[in-house]
Design a protein around this ligand. Sequence first.
Ligand SMILES: Cc1cc2nc3c(=O)[nH]c(=O)nc-3n(C[C@H](O)[C@H](O)[C@H](O)COP(=O)(O)O)c2cc1C
Ligand code: SF4
Length: 455
Amino acid sequence: MAIHPKEHRIVLKYADEPGYTPKIESYLEHGGYDTLKAAFSKKPEDIRDEVKKSQLRGRGGAGFPAGVKWSLVDRKSGKPIYLVCNADESEPGTFKDRQIIHKDPHQLIEGMMISAYANDCAKAFIYIREEMPHGARILDEAILEAKGKGFCGDNICGSEYSCDLVVHRGAAAYICGEETGLIESLEGKRANPRIKPPYFPAVLGLYQCPTIVNNVETLCDVKHIMEMGADEFAKIGRPNNTGTRIWCVSGGVQRPGYYEVGQITLGELVNDICGGPLPGRSIKAIIPGGSSMKILKAEDRYKGKNPDGSEYDWGLEDIPLDYDGIAAAGSMSGSGGMMVLDDTVSIPAALANLMAFYSHESCGQCTPCREGSLWLKKITTRMVHGEARPGDVDLMKSVADQIAGRTICAFGFAVAWPVQSYIAKFEDEFREYEESLSNPDTDRTSIKELACNHG
Ligand SMILES: Cc1cc2nc3c(=O)[nH]c(=O)nc-3n(C[C@H](O)[C@H](O)[C@H](O)COP(=O)(O)O)c2cc1C
Ligand code: SF4
């Protein structure tokens, strides 16, 4: 597989190299586990400091700085500290973690063992999405190989440090990816998220013990920070947006796929690397970081002030492809699952599709989320099936506004943000459905066809 010159691969460096396999021999031939061996010459707190200095931010969704998360761990409780790798990869549009697991599982194990040593964890888990059985088998085998060579288990690399690493198959629900839902599931219960406070995992996590939950890519980055040093890692990006990121691009582009890049713009990813829109089509909108994130409209200008007071005025393609760039444009980079919607896509039909997903995946603990997501599914579905009622657009807005910020977990935002942002950016399309369909003279058959073709 040819690597585009604008890619900057560190985590996926060997993943697509001809002849490279998930077996430990391949990994060792490429310098694998050397960084883990070297880590034992450092004190755990020095590794934690290095990760903090690198400004690595979590690659799972919220972008919380990993070093800060590690510094919040309650180390005085006397309870065991657990490390959990979040390999649930449940955010629609995201397919990067499975590439790492399928193609380079030892990199994840090495990153985890360094992180476990740095945080004094004697037990670590990889919580893998139930629908990825092949990945789970690869990890099981890789852990056996690593144990056999002394890279996990007892007395790692001949040191006094031991850490047991376990693969746990998930419970096949989107909410299992939310860290506190994941912890409940890991304890053998239904994945109902816990309320924060008090259940911040760093204090009251797995079995009520301090727990670090990090994404697969984040934990792999730890290995690279320790290998190249925090300063070199930070140089790849810009302050607060350091290192590379793997973007998963799907939808209306010529070359969808996963791409690891340093600091580039959204246009460089979508047009140069992914080849731009399909012939004869144009890009209408982009969902930048997984289906929960707010939509960005192609024809909008993105304006504001930088922290230093200077002003920016970007077109969609100029948006810097990192946490702060996408945040400045009003959305989030989330899990890196970028969906490109071209001019054949009906925005109301796309929203109806999403709402069907979210209403199915709500765990049901909070009334606004449980009832609201179902209402949003009902309204969007009837809208695209020719049954819209007068006032439906305002009703959708009102339901979404009453979910956002009123729930136990961030799933509430995941439901509300698409509704709020799709209506804000494409209100005319929703009104068109509402107005034409509430007119008894409308030809409903053709409207249904339109939604189906576009959906
Ligand atoms: C509804 C929901 C689903 C989530 N799904 C995932 C997921 O599949 N994988 C993941 O790494 N993080 C997911 N997250 C984020 C996790 O809660 C958590 O922030 C993350 O695993 C922390 O790792 P990081 O700091 O390395 O990003 C999800 C969050 C929410 C609210
Ligand atoms: S917001 Fe939704 S998914 Fe999260 S706890 Fe409440 S009901 Fe469950």
